[in-house]
Ligand binder design. Structure first.
Ligand code: GLN
Ligand code: ZN
Length: 773
């Protein structure tokens, strides 16, 4: 009998009842002392370690817990404190970290300063804080927090396996201020890592997990070589290193990664499924292989049968050198499926959250070590659940599939090209030059939230609810007329979340009650689960839009979430390609868009804020993604007549590298986020021309600051130097739902004023040039 070891790469931190979130927010408000927050963290760690131990893990993962973010923790462990936070140098490490993360200190003598930049952790919805380094950066080893947590686990009689972010990934994810290549800092960083590993070894730790997720990215030769340098220097003295790569295959890196001087390798056998054989074949005899076969990125129950089938030959080949694990940290899935008392029982049987995934790993180990007989019960139950899933009529709708199969290229094209459509839309909408509009939502006041909540919990009738929403829509329409906006919106009072709102009305989506996943700091999201063929049983927004349009002579814009974003912000089914699920969503949205058009709505916005984040990690995979992402957007919007104006909205400005794809969507108007980075906007327009209309957001809604008319005029003038005024719109850079009316009113009044000033300029210039000719 072989022996197989088990572990996970990391575990969720937030807690079953989001205890960490509540404790953090209480602490920031000053309602609880630091000790209480620290206690909450300790209790969560211990509970999660106990679960790992109960599930038979040989080692519990330590160092994956964080009060805010593990990349920030690593920066602190390496003694990185950017200069603007220096006056917090003597503070408790926890408070220093919060100061960097939030730009605000609990100590009133410390000024507010810009927080560290936050950005997405690879292709997940988790955000990390970008370490800020200088070209002459010094590092200092600060191992105490990690050492304390190692001791905490040992005190419980558990064997800890600390995890740290590796030196290459740390540098890669950092930003060096001013001049300087971050890789030049590696020489200074290596001794600090050596010191850290020695501290860990002193605790009697035998294995340390060193995460190098950048191995899932394309890397230049310099970065590839740096791996060899770094790990040569780190081998020896300390604990044995398990080098962990995840979020993808090793691809071209495979040959040299296998030869790195480390004691073990972890590979993602879910996303890198096809690579397991070559990894096993090429694995040097002195190395352990940790196979991440339980998906850390999705919520589906593991097909234990298939996994055992894949692992058995590996176990045969590697014997004791095989470890079984999750593909990546379980941070990216919800904590415990058993809390979902309201989820449909059948669907529940198809799922596994973090705690259930521990159990799956245990079953896989048992099956390998003691033979299938040891796990007949779990295998049989799982087989039955999966077979039910494959056959379920709730998953499979032949009509939906037939319709998806019959989609023609014609359906993905508008009737005419943009210039003809623009003429038809101009005639119908009759807007002034440089028209003003907003991105959709208006402030979600306390009252709106209260009524929505009451309706959801059955505490108010649907008649009362509808009346309240209608009253709000009327208020928002009247306000927009009065301030002088040109293309109006209904304000989205009925929506809590732009994905959940539509998911709840579409067939094929399920919602959890406690399925929270950390997004950043104390913020969590609860992604829906797409489990079946998606279709639209009935219209979703048509009545609200129709009502809004009936209240005014000005044109009203309908408002939907696009197919790529609907997909990207959900847990997606794993039994068909993502592109297929997106196609189904697109068809459902196409019906909605056609219904809106038939109801007389002259403009429809299809939001795609997640379009860019869907890009695969490796460049070589971009084209395939962009091809289907463009196609589904065009399918959703391609069914309306020329005189219906299709808008889209994206919340970022870095689209230089995907400008062609964005143009390929062929929306009549795109509104984008630019107010925070006018330079990025200019870059994008300098390099390639956007052929249709564009509204570069001139009012940064992420800031409570009310912009000056002058600033907005200036931003628009920059845009006008690159794009003809006939194709420009004036609008904020995102929805207004998180702002107060007190901020929105003066800001929009100034925005309308700015548009008027610009229009006068444009018509004066037109006059002068007419006179001159
Ligand atoms: N229409 C949405 C709103 O205004 C867009 C939100 C977004 O882009 N994230 O709220
Ligand atoms: Zn936005």
């Amino acid at each position: 009998m072989s022996s197989v070891q088990t572990h996970v790469l990391g575990f969720p931190r937030i807690g079953a009842r989001r205890e960490l979130k509540h404790a953090l927010e209480s602490y920031w408000r000053g309602d609880i002392p630091r000790e209480e927050l620290l206690d909450t963290g300790r209790a969560l760690r211990q509970r999660h370690w106990q679960w790992q131990a109960q599930a038979g893990m040989d080692r519990v993962t330590v160092g994956d817990f964080s009060f805010y973010d593990h990349v920030l923790d690593m920066a602190q462990t390496l003694g990185v404190l950017p200069s603007r936070f220096q006056n917090a140098a003597t503070q408790h490490r926890l408070d220093q970290g919060f100061y960097m993360a939030r730009g605000r200190s609990s100590d009133p003598t410390l000024p507010d300063v810009p927080a560290l930049e936050m950005t997405k952790w690879f292709d997940t919805n988790y955000h990390y804080l970008v370490p800020e380094l200088t070209s002459d950066q010094s590092f200092f080893c600060q191992p105490h927090t990690l050492v304390e947590e190692i001791r905490e686990a040992q005190a419980l009689g558990l064997e800890p396996k600390p995890v740290i972010l590796g030196p290459l990934s740390f540098l890669y994810l950092s930003r060096v201020k001013g001049q300087g290549d971050r890789l030049d800092l590696l020489n200074k960083l290596i001794p600090i890592y050596q010191e850290l590993l020695e501290h860990i070894a002193t605790q009697g730790v035998t294995w340390v997990q060193v995460d190098e997720p950048i191995l899932a990215l394309d890397l230049t030769c310099a970065w590839q070589r740096a791996f060899e340098t770094a790990y040569q220097a780190l081998k020896g003295g300390g604990p044995r290193i398990l080098l962990a790569s995840y979020f993808g295959s090793l691809g071209q890196h495979l040959p040299w990664v296998l030869q790195l001087p480390v004691a073990g390798l972890h590979v993602d056998a879910v996303r890198g499924a096809g690579e397991l054989d070559p990894v096993v074949a090429g694995l040097p005899l002195d190395k352990v292989l940790s196979v991440g076969i339980v998906d850390g990125r999705n919520v589906w129950a593991n097909n234990l049968e298939t996994s055992l089938g894949r692992l058995a030959p590996v176990s045969e080949e590697l014997g004791q050198r095989l470890w079984v694990s999750s593909s990546c940290s379980l941070l990216h899935v919800p904590l415990d499926l058993d809390l979902e008392s309201e989820l449909d029982g059948e669907i529940q049987g198809w799922l596994a959250f973090a705690k259930q995934k521990l159990q799956e790993i245990q079953w896989l180990r048992l099956g390998l070590v003691e033979g299938r007989e040891a796990v007949v019960g779990p295998l049989a139950r799982r087989r039955a659940a999966l077979e039910a899933r494959w056959r379920s009529t709730r998953v499979h709708h032949s009509e939906v599939r037939d319709r998806a199969r019959r989609v023609t290229e014609d359906q993905t094209r508008r009737q005419s090209a943009y210039p003809l459509r623009a003429a038809a839309q101009r005639a119908r909408l009759n807007l002034p030059p440089l028209p003003t509009t907003t991105i959709g939502s208006f402030p979600q006041t306390h009252d709106i939230r209260r009524i929505r909540k009451a309706f959801r919990s059955g505490k108010c009738t649907s008649a009362d609810y509808e009346q309240a929403m209608q009253a709000e829509i009327e208020r928002v329409i009247r306000y927009q007329e009065q301030v002088g906006l040109d293309l109006l919106v209904h304000g989205e009072p009925e929506r809590n979340d732009m994905v959940e709102y539509f998911g709840e009305q579409l067939a094929g989506y399920a919602f959890t009650r406690h399925g929270w996943v950390q997004s950043y700091g104390s913020r969590c999201v609860k992604p829906p689960v797409i489990y079946g063929d998606v279709h639209r049983p009935r219209p979703m927004t048509v009545e609200w839009s129709r009502q809004a349009q009936s209240l005014t002579n000005r044109p009203v814009k309908g408002m939907l979430t696009g197919p790529v974003t609907m997909l990207q912000w959900a847990f997606v089914r794993d039994d068909q390609p993502r592109s297929e699920t997106a196609l189904q969503i697109a068809l459902a949205l196409r019906d909605e868009i056609n219904d809106l058009a038939a109801a007389g709505i002259p403009a429809i916005q299809v939001d795609e804020p997640a379009f860019r984040e869907g890009l695969p990690l490796r460049r070589g995979d971009w084209d395939a993604y962009l091809t289907w992402a463009i196609r589904v957007f065009r399918l959703a919007t391609g069914g309306v007549g020329d005189d219906v104006q299709i808008h889209t909205h994206m919340c970022y400005s870095e689209f230089n590298d995907i400008m062609d794809a964005i143009a390929g969507l062929d929306a009549d108007v795109i509104t984008i986020e630019t107010s925070r980075s006018d330079m990025a906007l200019l870059d994008a327009f300098e390099q390639s021309t956007y052929p249709n209309e564009i509204g570069p957001g001139v009012y940064d809604i992420h800031s409570p600051r009310v912009p000056e008319t002058r600033d907005m005029i200036e931003l628009m003038q920059k845009a006008m130097a690159l794009i003809p005024a006939e194709r420009l719109w004036v609008n904020p850079d995102c929805g207004l739902k998180t702002r107060d009316w007190d901020e929105v009113k003066p800001a929009l009044a100034r925005m309308v004023e700015a548009a008027k000033v610009l229009r006068n300029q444009v018509s004066r210039e037109a006059l002068t040039s007419a006179e001159a000719s």
